[in-house]
Design a protein around this ligand. Structure first.
Ligand SMILES: Cc1ncc(COP(=O)(O)O)c(C=O)c1O
Length: 335
């Protein structure tokens, strides 16, 4: 491609599209539902400082991230007012880089060792990560107070507790989602009683309106959305698409150039706006349609999981109808 594309038809595929109207709708919907610090957007979903800047402009000054790279990228982009690295980091070089960043960075710790390493690297602020039922990272709720005291004795400031109810956020049945969230937050509130601090940070897109115990919600997917969250009847609209080109048409099916290397597949098959997906190979998506397309036609693929899909790509093309209005680098990729 020699010049900046102005139209969808100019784009090489596969590539990521962000539809401007649903993007703006999602930004506004969240900033009205959880204004300002009630939402701490998780940038892991888009890995893009241009999109993070829009979330900050919508009033959410504090951001959540999952990797040192994301935190350092946000800091370098001037988005470092209050970054929560909601994950354990043990790499000494990365921890030192975080400590040296021109930003306020708070990091999750769930063990004496992660607290020791954060303190040794020169980090100043932590939250105690509590296992609230996801059974991924996090200390036992009953150990949170002891760990907070240990962190304090190492010179760290404990800002509060974090507990991600990842086992609840994607549950399609609303009552069950609420039940699991309530159960999870009982653990977090128990931990907070022992730890103290201003932060009770938890939640995601699927629980943004039913987790009323946390004082900030770490929602990420809401901004771009995917078909897994699309099943939950949330007020957020699908903004992310993958554009693909039909490369082969056979008896009863067609193939486009968007495969496993352009799509996160851990939440299942993607959806096609005009056809039924039959399978996805490394570089190919196979689909059926009432009216099969021709070689060279474009198709729109809706990913089942936004986060890993985005991580495969270098940039988003922002679109308004057929027009390409902007290009945002996926500049927070990597670890
Ligand atoms: C620690 C943490 N917080 C929050 C989220 C919520 O993200 P989402 O809104 O995309 O479900 C995630 C997603 O994996 C996460 O790992």
């Amino acid at each position: 491609m020699t010049s900046t594309p102005h139209r969808l038809s100019d784009l090489s595929t596969p590539c990521l599209l962000v539809d401007q109207a649903p993007l703006l709708h999602n930004l506004e919907t969240m900033s009205l539902a959880l204004p300002g610090p009630r939402c701490r957007p998780h940038v892991k979903a888009h890995k893009c400082t241009a999109l993070a800047a829009k979330q900050v402009a919508a009033g959410h000054a504090g951001l959540t991230c999952a990797t040192a790279r994301e935190a350092l990228g946000l800091a370098a982009a001037g988005l470092g007012t209050d970054i929560l690295l909601a994950n354990e980091v043990v790499d000494a070089d990365r921890l030192r880089a975080l400590a040296g960043a021109d930003a306020r960075i708070t990091i999750a710790v769930d063990s004496d060792e992660t607290a020791r390493r954060a303190a040794r690297a020169g980090l100043k602020e932590v939250v105690i990560d509590v296992d609230v039922g996801l059974h991924r990272c996090g200390c036992r709720p009953s150990d949170a107070g002891r760990l907070a005291a240990q962190a304090t004795s190492l010179g760290l400031t404990v800002r509060g507790v974090m507990g991600y109810e990842g086992h609840a956020v994607g549950v399609p049945d609303r009552e069950e989602r609420e039940r699991l969230t309530r159960q999870a937050m009982e653990f977090l509130i128990e931990a907070h009683a022992a730890v103290g601090g201003e932060l009770i940070t938890a939640g995601g897109t699927g629980t943004y309106d039913c987790n009323t115990w946390a004082n900030e919600i770490q929602a990420g997917s809401y901004l771009l959305m995917d078909t897994a969250y699309g099943k939950l009847n949330l007020p957020f609209e699908q903004a992310l698409l993958v554009l693909a080109t039909v490369t082969s048409v056979s008896d009863g099916w067609a193939v486009a150039d968007c495969g496993l290397k352009a799509l996160g597949m851990d939440h299942g098959l993607p959806t096609l706006l005009s056809g039924t997906v039959r399978g996805v190979h490394d570089e190919h998506i196979l689909f059926e349609a009432d009216e099969l397309p021709s070689v060279g036609d474009r198709v729109y693929v809706v990913p089942a999981h936004v986060d890993p899909t985005v991580a495969y790509h270098e940039a988003f093309w922002v679109t308004d109808g057929e027009e390409v209005v902007d290009r945002f680098q996926v500049d927070l990729r990597g670890w």
